[in-house]
Design a protein around this ligand. Structure first.
Ligand code: ADP
Ligand code: MG
Length: 369
């Protein structure tokens, strides 16, 4: 069943951050523990029930909701849960197609995945194979569109991939950035914040991007192992730059697509030494906490409250996402949830976070010169 939503185009007419919530199926641990389902999905609503007090439920409304659970129509408490609506195809049409269309028109676009570790951020963003995620599908479409372009425009695509860990920026496509203690974030009038010396690889096929993503993912794992760190505590950022040259009209359009797999949103508990704990506690939380503060400030602003300061400069992540949040970008957030009672606190906190993000207003313009 295909809904009547004007897919893709919907994003172009709105400047609010679009927010989707996706609920994954139970995992083995939850099934083995006999976990109860406390989330139900009806149309655009997510209903979450307090497992200690089932009378106490809250309803949140989002632009898109996905239920990835099949073979389930009512949970134990008789709450209705919808049929499978989480097909990958519909997720891409809702969230990815608009980014593709916008990029070709010359807009910046951002896609952020937020949620606790194990809730499906990477599954939704980077999955390859039968569960192709948003990033690979987006790249497929982008190169298809470029190849079938009817006019005389020339397209160039550049791919970058980085990680933010403990407020350090590591280039996942370069071997040297780690030993150099990470890359610097700089600011200039024209570009805003950017990562100095970040590798930009020219690409002309989705297969090439896939290869680079594999390389980057491998580096990320190796670095995490080497530093005895947990990669769920780092933020992964992919930047795709699309440059379109219309030589007849003497116009160049440029779009930056930011694709962000955020660190796990759960309260960070370090397993390392006291020193590691202190360092991680301040630094990892710094980027995610600051993101939360920026989102709250922007949400307040949208509600008409007086906000004097948006703390973009307080963390690396929020510097790099400045234009994505309240600036020149069309932005989509996918928040991911476990359906299980044991994740109640984290899921409720994710829903609240996502609800605030929904209020943010951006001012996207076509980047033309
Ligand atoms: P995260 O990146 O948020 O830590 P993952 O994306 O790695 O979580 O997901 C954890 C596990 O759950 C993986 O094995 C993944 O395949 C599975 N999973 C996540 N989301 C879904 C979904 N929507 N449908 C089916 N399996 C999922
Ligand atoms: Mg992940």
């Amino acid at each position: 069943h295909v809904s009547m939503r004007a897919r893709g185009m919907e994003m172009a007419s709105k400047d609010c951050v679009q927010v989707a919530v996706r609920v994954r199926p139970f995992n083995k641990r939850e099934r083995d523990a006999g976990s109860r389902c406390i989330i139900s999905v009806t149309n655009n609503n997510i209903i979450i029930q307090d497992p200690r007090n089932p009378q106490n439920s809250r309803t949140f409304t989002f632009d898109y909701t996905y239920w990835s659970h099949s073979g389930f129509s009512r949970n134990k408490d008789g709450l209705f849960v919808s049929e499978e609506t989480g097909g990958r195809y519909s997720v891409f049409l809702d969230l990815g197609q608009g980014i593709h269309d916008n990029a070709l028109q010359g807009y910046n676009a951002t896609l952020l995945a937020y949620g606790q570790t194990g809730s499906g951020k990477s599954y939704s963003m980077v999955g390859y194979g039968p569960n192709k995620g948003l990033i690979p599908t987006l790249c497929d479409r982008l190169f298809q569109s470029i190849k079938s372009m009817q006019d005389s425009r020339q397209c160039q695509v550049f791919f970058s991939m980085l990680e933010i860990y403990n407020e350090q920026v590591l280039d996942l496509l370069s071997k040297t950035s780690r030993s150099a203690g990470g890359l610097r974030v700089r600011e200039d009038q024209q570009r805003g914040f950017y990562v100095e010396g970040l590798r930009r690889v020219p690409c002309d096929s989705a297969a090439q991007v896939e290869q680079l993503m594999e390389q980057g993912t491998r580096t990320r794992t190796t670095v995490a192992t080497h530093m005895n760190a947990n990669s769920s505590r780092s933020h992964m950022l992919i930047i795709i730059q699309l440059k379109q040259i219309f030589s007849k009209e003497c116009i160049t359009k440029q779009s930056n697509i930011y694709l962000v797999d955020l660190a796990g949103s759960e309260r960070q508990r370090s397993s390392g030494s006291e020193a590691d704990r202190l360092k991680e506690g301040t630094a990892i939380n710094l980027s995610l906490t600051t993101l939360g503060n920026v989102i709250s400030a922007l949400a307040d602003m949208a509600l008409g409250k007086k906000v004097v300061h948006i703390p973009y400069r307080d963390s690396v992540l929020t510097k790099l996402l400045q234009s994505a949040l309240g600036g020149n970008s069309r932005t989509v957030m996918i928040a991911t949830l476990s359906p299980a009672d044991i994740c109640y606190e984290e899921s409720l906190s994710t829903l609240r976070y996502a609800e605030r993000a929904k209020r943010i207003q951006n001012k996207a313009v076509v980047n033309e010169s």
